[in-house]
Design a protein around this ligand. Sequence first.
Ligand code: FPP
Length: 268
Amino acid sequence: MMEIKELEKLHPKGVDFSSNAVSEETLLSRIDKLQLPKHLAIIMDGNGRWATKRHLPRISGHREGIAAMREIVTLARQLGIRFLTLYAFSNENWHRPTAEVSKLMRLLGLYLKKELKTLMTDKVRLKAIGQIDRLPKSIAQLLLSVEEKTRQNKEMTLILALSYSGRAEIIDAVFNLCGDLQDQTISINDLSETVFSSYLHTAEIPDPDLMIRTSGEIRVSNFFLWQIAYTELYFTKTLWPDFRRKELLIALLDYQGRERRFGKVLQI
Ligand code: FPP
């Protein structure tokens, strides 16, 4: 393994952190703990392709995807990221073959049962967002119980987007807002971006600073439409089951190399 200084001599315009020559320890030492995204959101994509490439059934890709999920949750918490959202099941995913949907739900159930102990030890709070009432009853109840048991955990909030759609979330928010206007709980003059945000499933969760999508697809796919107005986007060709610790560190270093201006001109 080469040290960063040696690599910098070879690449005076900047180190390509994606190089296999860089170790996890070196990447970790380069992370500025004070400049981490407060909220990291991830579109986990490519499980099916990962399995197909290995002549395995798609569910093997999802199973390996869960292993990647565990690794990323642990690292995010160790680093001190406060909010991590994983897009685990979209509203559109209901249109997949029934057998795949059932297997995904079964995996989700197993994940929740197995993970509770770790969430408690690691002091991670779980929160589900999306149209949870569309999930099988047993899964919805399990989610509720894990949310309840982990409610006091303060190290990190893990948000699972399940049966989630950004547009549906906005419509739900408008629907509830109109109800409150009708009931005169709020007045039309109170309406602001902050008030509208409080009607979203992500009320009380800061907007993501960084959003990662794996598998080479360069699109947002109905995820966090309102929330990503100023989010930095990072796309990688790596398929989700292969997105492990080093991959996350590389993405974070890329993010930390960016200049966030939020539409303003930086003062010199
Ligand atoms: C996309 O892969 C992945 C998903 C459907 C979401 C992520 C799912 C997991 C990590 C498995 C655990 C499941 C739950 C619900 C916790 P894909 O099937 O779209 O891959 P492809 O685009 O290569 O076909």
